[in-house]
Ligand binder design. Structure first.
Ligand SMILES: [Fe+2]
Ligand SMILES: [Fe+2]
Length: 388
């Protein structure tokens, strides 16, 4: 039995599904549902040892030509890319024209509900912590940008991805600022706190796990921005709907890139990749902005996540849905040429989604009875928003 499974593992729902918490002492009669046992495997490493051996770095070196041919074309050339200004009042317009555009924006956003703003702000803050994500990418073995301007196709991709992502926070932030509906000082403080706090993505320097994480996350953000687009449209702001839809389309393209990378890794190194997927799912995919705080609400992230759940922007069901989507996308059930360790990891991952759903049902029943019903959000001038 691995060290991991010898410990009690409990799961708490977070914005992205589950957050794993380990206690040091085994609690056989604990009431909380437990994560199904992971396969025992010499390849399943403890968090300190997820790092890959030197020969595995060669796998990534050998794929550089493939990245140039199959991944870099998924980057959009700058001249053909949208920019935030395409969706915003142009500040170079004469005063009167600019004021008209600003008034139109404020008229459109005036009717959007407070809870919608909570979710949109939380999504924007998540995008704004981009320095953390680029830092994390550059810690992965074999794909990191070692010089800051490396010509390795892996590094070229990471910088291009960052440049595309950078527009997401910029655009949402400016739109929210101009709306006048949100407390920008509290939002800016939250971003400041979040970037200073970093993120919980304990995959060591393991690029296999890193790309599984990014595959999952890009799909999660695609779903989330797609739903904020739908709600903006339903609530009478077609421009905001277009903004969120355009960002969602970027996330989808990024999801395509990262899932393609994992697909390729499954082809060239199936056992290591399946085990990485298993390890990642066993740890749980935490949301990148999990450590957000505003200096006021110690459970800010949880509260934001619950509003997102209530509005159907990002729900607990999405976690299992994404897992099922990826299992299907990577044809995990059909992967051959695995060692016995790989086969156990494969069985674990392929059987996980129904177990997660059962856990979610039990967690939801419990949450309804015990958790807070409404909370004040500093982001919207301490207005109260229902959580259930
Ligand atoms: Fe994004
Ligand atoms: Fe993204």
């Amino acid at each position: 039995m691995s060290t991991f499974t010898a410990k009690m593992v409990s799961l708490a729902w977070n914005h992205n599904g589950f957050h794993h918490r380990q206690s040091k002492v085994s609690k056989p009669h604990a009431r909380k549902p437990t994560l199904p046992n992971a396969p025992s495997s010499t390849l399943i490493r403890t968090p300190e040892t997820y790092a890959i051996p030197p020969e595995k770095i060669e796998v990534f070196k050998s794929l550089e030509g493939w990245v140039s041919k199959c991944i870099l074309p998924l980057v959009k050339p700058v001249e053909q890319s949208w920019q935030p200004l395409d969706f915003l009042p142009d500040s170079s317009l004469p005063d009167e024209d600019f004021n008209d555009k600003l008034r139109a924006l404020r008229d459109r956003t005036a009717e959007l509900p407070d809870d919608y703003f909570v979710v949109l702000v939380g999504d924007m803050i998540t995008e704004e912590a981009l320095p953390t994500y680029q830092t994390r990418l550059n810690q992965l073995d074999g794909v990191a940008d070692k010089t800051g301007s490396s010509t390795s196709p892996w590094a070229v991709w990471s910088r291009a991805w960052t440049a595309e992502e950078n527009r997401h926070g910029d655009l949402l932030r400016t739109y929210l600022y101009l709306s006048g509906r949100v407390d920008m000082r509290m939002i800016e403080r939250t971003i400041h706190y979040l970037i200073a706090a970093g993120m919980e993505c304990d995959v060591d320097k393991n690029p296999y796990m890193g790309f599984v994480y990014t595959s999952f996350q890009e799909r999660a953000t695609f779903i989330s921005h797609g739903n904020t687009a739908r709600l903006a449209k339903e609530n009478g702001d077609p421009v905001l709907a277009r903004i969120c839809g355009t960002i969602a389309a970027d996330e989808k393209r990024h999801e395509n890139a990262y899932t393609k990378i994992v697909e390729k890794l499954l082809e060239v190194d199936p056992t290591e990749t399946v085990v990485a997927i298993s390890n990642m799912m066993r740890k749980g995919i935490t949301m990148p902005a999990h450590l957000m705080q505003d200096g006021k609400d110690p459970r800010l992230f949880n509260h934001f996540a619950r509003v997102a759940q209530r509005l159907g922007v990002y729900t607990v069901a999405d976690y299992a849905d994404i897992l099922e989507f990826l299992i299907d996308r990577w044809k995990l059930e059909k992967i051959q040429d695995l060692t016995s360790e790989g086969r156990r990891a494969q069985d674990f991952v392929c059987g996980l989604a129904p177990k997660i759903r059962r856990f979610q049902e039990r967690a939801a029943e419990r949450a309804d009875k015990t958790e807070t019903h409404s909370v004040k959000f500093s982001w919207i001038f301490n207005k109260e928003v229902s959580l259930i």
